[in-house]
Design a protein around this ligand. Structure first.
Ligand SMILES: O=C(O)c1ccccc1NCC(=O)[C@H](O)[C@H](O)COP(=O)(O)O
Length: 273
């Protein structure tokens, strides 16, 4: 059975704004032109390989380090004068990939931030947005993304399958984000290869780091397992790694940290057992 798409009020309101903004961009750059730009972009980097490296315990868990200016739950997080410089610090600290929020209204992100980061670092980049239309997937590729976010709660099964197929067709991977056992089952049913469990409930914004451990047993061994959100310190990363996470997505703790490069090195070190 295909559950109805997002019912959470926060998620619904974010998506409504995302669609309005996307329609404005479509008026400037129609789908056909965006498809052409995507086809002309340099080939995507292999984000799957970069993240599966987190299974090598000697290297420590993979860190997906996020460029996040603000959020619906916390408001303004950090005055990021140069997303490119922050990303360079992340890469120097050993991040496996970088996530750049491009949603404007609630996260203060933009494709300009994404472009600045893309121009500066050569590791896989996640275009972190609320994907609800194929246009955004072509757009991500046109801007040099290697990875897009597909939130299961925001998509019906047909969209999930089609958007994952398009992502792969364009040479990218998708981080398929879940929050419940049923959503994991839906992700697995479409053969998602990278599955995230977000410990932040996007309907209530409640964060419970114990939630990853509750769901981890439902993640098949053949997918790259990503624990998302809630990291405050290195011990949180160590906990996710001990529960089988191959990679951990960290936003707030890194953008608020005075030394993000060192923080990532510490996170990776803490996850080695
Ligand atoms: O961060 C939020 O408040 C938020 C609200 C509604 C939808 C999504 C939201 N965040 C997206 C994320 O999942 C996080 O940016 C990411 O996992 C990093 O989380 P954190 O390390 O807790 O900043």
């Amino acid at each position: 059975m295909t559950p109805s798409p997002s019912t959470g009020t926060v998620l619904d309101s974010i998506i409504a704004g995302v669609v309005e903004d996307m329609d404005t961009r479509k008026a400037t750059t129609p789908l056909a032109r965006m498809q052409q730009l995507a086809a002309e972009a340099a080939p995507a980097r292999n984000a799957y390989d970069a993240l599966v490296g987190g299974r090598d315990n000697a290297a420590g868990v993979g860190i997906i380090a996020e460029v996040k200016r603000e959020s619906p739950s916390a408001g303004p997080l950090a005055d990021i004068a140069s997303p490119a410089e922050l990303a360079a610090q992340y890469a120097a600290g050993g991040a496996a990939a970088i996530s750049v929020l491009t949603e404007r209204r609630r996260f203060g992100g933009s494709l300009e931030d994404f472009d600045a980061v893309r121009a500066r670092v050569d590791i896989p980049l996640l275009r972190k947005d609320f994907t609800v239309d194929e246009y955004q997937i072509y757009e991500a590729r046109a801007h040099g993304a290697d990875l897009v976010l597909l939130i299961v709660a925001a998509l019906d099964d047909t969209q999930l399958r089609d958007y994952l197929a398009l992502t792969h067709e364009l040479g990218m991977h998708a981080l398929v984000e879940t929050h419940t056992v049923e959503e994991i089952q839906r992700a697995v049913a479409v053969n998602a290869s990278i599955v995230g469990v977000n410990v932040r409930n996007l309907k209530t914004l409640e964060v419970d780091t114990a939630h990853y451990g509750t769901l981890a047993g439902h993640l098949p061994a053949n997918v790259v397992r990503v624990a998302e959100s809630g990291v405050k310190q290195a011990s949180d990363v160590a906990m996710y790694a001990a529960q089988g996470a191959d990679a951990v997505l960290v936003g707030e703790a890194l953008v608020k940290h005075g030394e993000p490069r060192q923080a990532i090195a510490d996170f990776r070190q803490a996850s080695r057992s």
